[in-house]
Structure formats: structure tokens, C-alpha cells
Design a binder for this molecule. Sequence first.
Ligand code: NI
Length: 383
Amino acid sequence: MNKTIDLFYDEAKALRQSIHQEPEIAFEEVKTNQKIRAFLDKHQIPYVSGIAKTGILATIEGKLPGKTILLRADMDALPMDENPNNPYASKIPGRMHACGHDGHTAGLCLAGAVLNQMKQELKGTVKLLFQPAEEAIGGAEPMIKAGVLEGVDMAFGAHLWGSSPGGRVYLKKGPMMASPDNFIIKVKGVGGHGSKPHVAVDPILIASQIVIALQTIVSRQISPLEPLVISVGKMHGGTAPNIIPEEVVLEGTIRTLNNVVRADVPIKMEKLVKGIAESYGGQAEFTYLPAYPVLVNDNEVTDIAYRAAGRFLNPEQLAFLDQPDMGGEDFAYIAQAVPSTFMYVGIMEDQPISHHHPDFHFEDKHLKVLSELMVQCVLEANR
Ligand code: NI
């Protein structure tokens, strides 16, 4: 492990704990932004703040010529309560860093401090991207539109990962995370008395048929070799046991790992949904809400990350993942624009740690692996 990491570790740890205690959700990361700026100011790292509201882009210019490498961290928390027995638990009700983004932010600050310290012998330029709103809406896309990738040769991002053993790094070539698109289905029937269904059109029955039939797209219309998830997560309709309502609303998510399948699924869904509703004498509206693209890692940049991780980890602490994950990640926009790779840094001690859970917690020491990985990626890319 790089000795300079130890020099700045306590400062990064304090930053992580402070951000953890005052979590802020998408595009509200105002105090988080201030804490990052205070860290950058102390280390005399220049930056531009206020990109996509709360985002920051810091720049470290090496003295020697080389590539421009972007390192990305997300800053946002989640709208949920933290278990108050967790170490340095959230002080803000209904707000929690339950995904580790506090660690991503503090870890990137630590990597920045180390790279800044070695500026005299550093090749190329390093950009530190602190991005808002990964969990909701997405902060990567507006930051890209604001020009943060101009002149960038390649990008690295990482996520602390609760189902991977602590101290290990996992990489993947090609598709790594799914596009997390959403949909809304409004089923319209004809309301009436629950005792006289024959003079009404029951949207609850139609919606129930639709929920079941949607799984036939997964099992019968898309190749079994293509990963696809369609989940209905919300089903709303009705006010009383003896009233057939006018309308039922379904909401759900679609996960795909292939852009061709991604484009095809909503078309098939709309056809099926409308056909079922009409066959029962009702109507349906289908709204597709596209979110982040599929996260596809570049092969060469992933090889660079593999060599970089191998500089400080033993071979058994480093592996390629066999499978992608059906979760989404808006680093996908960055990976679509410049050659990139996204990495998992394990935080598991004995038992897997569930992200987005009130008990989510990881040990501060894992910041060191995350930071060292980022530092080594920059050095390796310019070797
Ligand atoms: Ni996350």
C-alpha cells in the first residue's frame, strides 16, 4: 500500500464519517459539496463547483506529459432511516448513506490528495469528478452535458460492494450493470357495484391478467439467453370491497443488458398490455420511462485496471466477475462517452452486507483499497 495513503487516511476517514452523519439525497448535496471543497482547498487542488447543481470537477495537473484520466465518485444518500445503533449513524431523519457513496466521495478525496502530493513526477492530468444524484434522476448525464468529459482519454469508477469480501477488487469486461428503465400502466375500465360485475368493466381483473402476462415476454418473446427482468412494484386501485373502480395503475421496472433487447421490450409490452385491456372491454395506456443505459466496460481500460490492482493486491484478491448485475448505475453515461471501466471494491467481513438496508455499514479501512486502486489506475494508464 502506498505510504502517502496512510498520511492522509485519518483526514479522509473523518470526512467519510462527517458525510455519513449528514446524508443528503439527489441534487441536495449542499453540505457534502462544502465538505469536499474544504478538503480540496486544504490540499490546494483547484476545482469548479456547481456543475449540475452540486457537482464538482477538480483538476490535478502532472508535471510530465500524459493522458487525461477521470476518476468518478457519486455523493448522494437515500431517503430512508438508518439504524441508530450503527457507528456514527445519520443525524438526519429519513436520510441515510445506505449505499456507500459517502465512502466513494471520501475515497476519491484521499486518492486526490495522494496524486496531488506526487504532482512533480505525475504524468498527465487527473480529473476528480464528484457527481450528484446517482440513486435518483441521475447526475452523470447533466455533468457530461456541462462538458466534464472534454479532453478526457479514459475514466474509472468504483463501487464499494457488500457481497464481495473485504480487501478484494472485482472487474468485468463488457456489460456489467443493467439499464434500470421504468414503466407506468394505466388500466381503465368502467366502475360499478361489486355485485354486478357484468355491467362494469373490472380494471382490477384486467390489471391482474397484465401482471401475469408480462412474464410471458420474459419467458416466451425474448431469447432465453438474454437477461431480462420485468417487475411490477406498485399496483394501485380501488377504494372499497364492494366497488369496482374506474382505474388501476401499475408501476414497475425493466432490466436489460443489451441495447437491442432494451429497445424491443417496451414495444412488446405496449402491444400486450393494450391487447389484454381491449379484449376485456377496457383500455390501457403504457408509458415507458427510460433511465440509465447499460453499463458496458471497455476491454482495454479493464486490462489497465487489472494491472493497476495487481500492483498492490495479491492474485487471490483480484478477479474478473463471471456475471453482470441487474442493478443500474449512471456511470453508464460516462462509459458510453469515453473508454471506461467500473470496479467493485469488496467490503464484506463475515456476512454479505445489504445495500439500501437500514443496517448497511462498512469499515473505514476499505477506503484505503478504493483510493489505492484509483491512484494505481492513473499511474498504470500512463505507463
Ligand atoms: Ni450505489
